[in-house]
Structure formats: structure tokens, C-alpha cells
Design a protein around this ligand. Sequence first.
Ligand code: PLP
Length: 385
Amino acid sequence: MYPNILRHPGPTPIPKRVQLAMSQDMISHRTPEFVRLYQETTNRVKPIFGTSQDILLLPSGGTAALEAAAVNTVSPGEEVVVITVGAFGNYFVSICEKYGFKVHKLEKSWGEACTEEDLTEFLKPLSNIKAVFATYNETSTGILNPIEKLAEVVRTHTDALFIVDGVSCLGGAPAEMDQWGIDILVTGSQKAMMLPPGLALVSVGERAWKIIEETNKPAYYLDLLSYREWAEKGMTPNTPAISLIMGLSTVCDLIDEEGGFSQTVARHELMKNMVREAMRALSIGLLTSDEHASPTITAICAPEGLDLPSFIGHLKEKYHLDFAGGLGHLQGKIFRFGHMGYCFPSDILQAVSLIEAGLQDFSYSFEPGAGVAAAQNVFLNSLRK
Ligand code: PLP
């Protein structure tokens, strides 16, 4: 009877209007109607990537887009740097190893970002790097890597391609792919893009296209050249996720109605600050520093003396508030509060209030209302500006 309050870092809630858009009658992907839908929609998504390049649509999850970026640009035996600050950075490591690339792993502990100094030092002894892979937003820890600065380091010190996973932040964090010098940027539909899983979005810059044209790739379904070829005709090489593309068109309407993408980004920044101030007011720790905190997901440390899995289970069972636990060695130590896509300041106030209710049930010592008041204060201050 009660709706599940989904506050995971993906999949995320789908707006009703997007659900309705996705339930339109099916159309064929080889018709003028589809060409119109595809061209209009992909053009409207470009500001989210900060690019004038085409946005390619793969009927897949985010991992296939990461794999496509790797297999299209690098050949077995070639050297790559993979920056990893958590579980999803390790996806890129696994993909690169699986394809036989020689991987130099720049690894930071979970909860830390990779800084430009880290990358500059790491690159010093390396001379033959084909590509540098990085995760913009590390979903397992709530770190937003300083991707613009990392791009500058790659540009300054190497001829390598800079390939970025934006799966858990594109649509909620700023991205200026062309201006920052990112060569390939990928994302998935099920997080800040307000859609169900099943659609990957990929944009490729000119430098990367040159490399892709020269690379002899063991890829058929993930061959980006075939996506480019068909995109020129306003279509995709195989049957696309047509319903999700219909939904994506409505997502673009919603962003326009919010006042444009910069307003959407500002809302995410506000929600991040609300969550962080609320936890501070409750004396609950945060895994990451403010400097590198994600605008889409916050990793919250186990409140002192509480059994975290029981607490998260209790919030779900009694209050229908659904958080994600920690991954890997952070299991039982943190929970992850997703605040991206179709999520608003009012949702943050609701979730903080229910966290407080749960804390009272667990006899945690705090001043009731302190978290809500802190989050509300951040919200009200933003309205006064
Ligand atoms: N990269 C990041 C940063 C993610 O958060 C995820 C999924 O959570 C992925 C990649 C993998 O995406 P998918 O599960 O859609 O394959």
C-alpha cells in the first residue's frame, strides 16, 4: 500500500510524465517518425554532456558503454592508465584487463578523490599511454573526481585519450566534454537521467574518432563506427530502446521546464548540501570531504553504536525508506543516500525526517529535529539568494 521511497544511487524514481511517454504506441525504428524522435532528442541531450558531438544511443546498461569505449580505442598489449577510487573504477580495470591491455592502475583509498597532483606524479614515468580511464562520480563512495583538472593533466602530459564514466552523475553534475578535453564520455539512463535501466548514452570527440577508425576491434554490437554511420541517418544499427528514447524526450522537457540544465545542476548541489548539513547536525559522519563530495550520492557512516544493516532494514520495513548499503569492504560501514534525477529538496526533508524517526527507534542520542532543521536551513537560504 505504501509507496517505496527509493533513495538508491540508481535505479532512481521515474517521473509520471516520463512513464506515460514511455507507454506510447510502439513505432518502428526505420521510419521518419523515429528519425525525428532520435534527432530531436539526441540534440537536446547535448548540453548535459557539454558537447557539439553526436550523442550515440546503445540499447544497454552503462557497463556496455564503458566496454565500448575501451574496445573501440585500445588494442591488446597497449598501455593504459585506469584511475580507480572505488568499486566502479574497478569495472574499468576489469574491462581493460579482460581485453588484454597493459593496465597501470592509479588507485586511491575508497572515500578519496584522485587529484591532479596524484595523476601528474603517476604519469611521470610512463611514456606510451594510449588512454586514461576515469570515473567522474564514484557511486560506491560518493566521490566526484575533479574531472576537468584531470583532463587538463592528461592533455598537458600525454597524447592519450581521456575516457570518462559519467554513469552516476551525468544529468546532475556539470559536464563540459568539449571544453575540458574529454575524448569519450558515457552514461546510463537509470540514474540522474530519470529513466529506467536499458539505455546507454555515449559521445565521442574528434581525436577519439580518428583512433577508433584505425583500431582493429573485436566488436560487432559495440562497434561505435556503426553507431556513427547510422546516427548520420538519424537511426541506430540495431533495434534501439525505442520506449526509453520516447521517455528521454520528456526528460528533456522536464529539464527545460526547470529553467534549463544549469538549474538542474544547481538543484543537485543544493540537495547535496542539505544532506551533508543534516548529517552533521545529527553528529553522523560522512565518508568524503566537502571538496570532492558528489552532488548525486552521499555516503553516510554508520551512526555511533548502531548496527547499520538492521538500521537500514528497519527504515525500509517501517518507513518504506529505501537506501543502499556499502559495497565491498564498506559493507556494514556506510549507507548510500541517492539524491539524483527525480528528487527534490522536499524529498530530502522527508528522508532526513524518517532517518531521525529511525534513530529514535534505535535509542540513538541526538536532538530530535536537528537534522531536519539543518537541511531546511540550507534550503531556505537557497531560496533567499
Ligand atoms: N559506472 C558507474 C559509476 C556506476 O554507478 C554503474 C552502475 O551503478 C556502472 C558504471 C555500471 O552501469 P550498469 O549497471 O548500468 O551496467
